[in-house]
Design a protein around this ligand. Structure first.
Ligand code: B12
Length: 232
């Protein structure tokens, strides 16, 4: 094509390419995002840096314009789809092979909520750190969590919520765990943009994690403590 807008990604320097990825993510251009991710990998970028600097960075811009009514659901879905394309390339690279199993996590987005990008990112990073991850997907009622805990016997339960209207559902799950006498058998980690530490404490979670990197650190710390407690 001789279109003057037709940019050749491989000819951009790193900074320009990341800027272009912000634009392409904004426009929901999955193939371009995938190509750019490959280029950055070839240039020696760490998968985690591509994820956080280019993909999450771009999604932050999308998020701001969605909030301000400049973008609408269909556009954001396309952006999310483009982001997932990039994440799919990075996933096997973030998931180290042969890493000793550190623990197991069941993770899912709560009932009424279909946001899953953040949850998927946490799952990927946890796998990369050597955890086995069982992903329950989106829109999970309390029953799915309880069944999965019983069946999978993980050390950790992770819940994600992106809406102020769905985040209180995390408490429904924790209260049910308490009622059934199993709360103390698990480490409960919660996350999602509208949450904060105070909310995590108020609903009885063990920790709120603001991002996937903190989730990994927190999970390792708590699993270490749990094992020490069991062997004491
Ligand atoms: C993408 C998106 C969508 C996409 C979701 C696609 C998908 N597959 O996920 C679509 C278009 C479907 C969507 C729909 C809606 N959305 Co929306 N969406 C977003 C957006 C722009 C980005 C979210 C995202 O993916 N962020 C990137 C990831 C990487 O970040 P993250 O999710 O926060 O996750 C990180 C941390 O929070 C943490 N974390 C997350 N989960 C967990 C779990 C655990 C266990 C741990 C430890 C950590 C952790 O780690 C993650 C990685 O670092 C946000 C804006 C925003 N600022 O968040 C709005 C936003 C969340 N959406 C919003 C709204 C209102 C909606 C709709 C109701 C819109 C509508 N009118 O229909 C619907 C709701 C549908 C539903 N029932 O769930 C509002 C919520 C406002 C509120 N106060 O509740 C927001 C804040 C936008 C806004 N400002 O208005 N949305």
């Amino acid at each position: 094509m001789s279109d003057e807008d037709d940019i050749i990604l491989a000819e951009l320097d790193d900074e320009e390419l990341v800027q272009q990825m912000f634009d392409d993510l904004y426009d929901g251009l999955k193939e371009e995002i995938e190509e750019a991710v490959q280029i950055l990998l070839e240039r020696g970028w760490q998968p985690y840096d591509i994820l956080t600097k280019a993909l999450v960075g771009g999604m932050t811009i999308v998020g701001a314009d969605f909030r301000d009514g400049i973008l609408f659901v269909p556009e954001v879905l396309l952006a999310a789809n483009a982001m997932k394309g990039g994440m799919a390339i990075l996933k096997p690279l973030l998931v180290e092979t042969g890493a000793p199993r550190v623990g197991k996590m069941v993770i899912g987005t709560v009932k009424g909520d279909i946001h899953d990008i953040g949850k998927n990112l946490v799952g990927m990073m946890m796998e990369g750190a050597g955890f086995e991850v069982v992903d329950l997907g989106i829109n999970n009622p309390v029953e799915s969590y309880m069944e999965a805990l019983e069946k999978e016997q993980p050390e950790i339960l992770g819940m994600s919520a992106l809406l102020t209207t769905t985040m209180p559902y995390m408490k429904v799950v924790i209260d049910t765990m308490v009622e059934q006498g199993v709360r103390d058998n698990y480490i409960v980690l919660v996350g999602g943009a509208p949450l904060n530490e105070e909310f995590g404490k108020a609903i009885g979670a063990d920790a709120y994690c603001r991002d996937a990197a903190v989730a990994v650190e927190t999970a390792k710390e708590w699993v270490g403590r749990m094992h020490n407690r069991k062997s004491a």
